[in-house]
Design a protein around this ligand. Structure first.
Ligand code: ZN
Length: 304
């Protein structure tokens, strides 16, 4: 089980985080030893679109500040989450080295707290640039060549973090034959617990009217694979920047909200607290705008 958190020594941290107040610093320490961290709870983020320059804004949103706020909320959350997932489009548009350097600064409080961070790759990401800035994200032995995938085994469910990036700044997503083959084997080896699939792109089964594939182009192959593996209970994605819950057969489709900007005015941005339970998953939407009508909307997904 690859655990993704970039190791930075305490001395390096203090050198880089001069603006962090001492009280917060003390409070953040010792996450890993803290038995109160809930192994069933994860923070789910997507579409952070962190730019190289922390001052950059888009659609009236400062993406760096949005992620800072979301992570501060995650770290203050009770119960304490046992990990943080950023489900793709971590970087702004072109997966630049500077984007990931800025991202590395923003996630530094998690590093210091030893709170595991797991990133998946979206269409605006770049694996090599990610690994250059956050070297511990790079697995020593990638389960799938040239893809960034991992499995998080938690007491009540296994989370499969998949890679649907085809080429940086190309909108179409694809898992590819090699990853699907690995996934089938990885699922078969873990048939005893609910499986939750996490990838950046929304499933797409037909091309758009103009022939475009803006979502996951091999969704058909993925869901054919899922059909005979009944332990798969949910597919969790981002990409559309639109919080939405639907189902495909018995599989829950969870479209995470963006941490960055929404594409449609009035829709929520923020993050989701996910807690695996016996027979289901409880999701609570944490809007960055605490006055949003959907703030703390709680949804109970159930499965047989
Ligand atoms: Zn995005």
């Amino acid at each position: 089980m690859p655990l993704h958190w970039p190791h930075v020594s305490r001395r390096e941290f203090l050198g880089q985080a001069a603006g962090v107040t001492a009280s917060v610093l003390v409070w953040r320490q010792g996450w890993a030893e803290d038995s109160r961290a809930d192994p069933h709870s994860l923070a789910l983020l997507a579409d952070t679109h962190v730019p190289s320059d922390p001052a950059t804004t888009a659609r009236d949103v400062n993406m760096t500040n949005n992620l800072r706020q979301a992570l501060a909320e995650v770290m203050a959350h009770a119960p304490k989450v046992s990990g943080v997932v950023v489900n793709g489009d971590c970087a702004y548009l072109k997966g630049l080295p500077g984007d990931y350097q800025n991202l590395a600064q923003v996630v530094q409080p998690l590093v210091e707290a030893e709170l595991p961070l797991h990133l998946t790759m979206g269409n605006h990401d770049n694996r090599e640039a990610l690994y250059a800035a956050l070297s511990q994200q790079q697995p020593a032995a990638p389960p799938v060549e040239a893809k960034h995938v991992s499995v998080l085994e938690t007491p009540k469910a296994n989370w499969f973090l998949l890679d649907s990036l085809t080429k940086t700044d190309v909108v179409t997503g694809e898992l590819g034959a090699a990853q699907l083959q690995w996934l089938a084997q990885a699922l078969d080896a873990r048939a005893d617990k609910p499986a939750l699939l996490v990838a950046h792109h929304n499933p797409q089964f037909e091309p758009a009217a103009n022939g475009d594939w803006g979502g996951l182009k091999d969704a058909r192959a993925l869901f054919d694979l899922v059909a005979s593996r009944r332990q798969v209970k949910a597919y969790i994605f981002g990409h559309t920047h639109d919080w939405r819950l639907t189902k495909l057969g018995d599989v829950h489709l969870v479209n995470l909200p963006p941490v960055a900007y929404v594409f449609q005015a009035g829709r929520p941005n923020g993050w989701v607290h996910a807690m695996v339970q016996d027979g289901g998953l409880r999701l609570r939407l944490q809007c960055l705008d605490n006055a949003h009508a959907l703030h703390q909307q709680t949804v109970e997904l159930t499965w047989a």
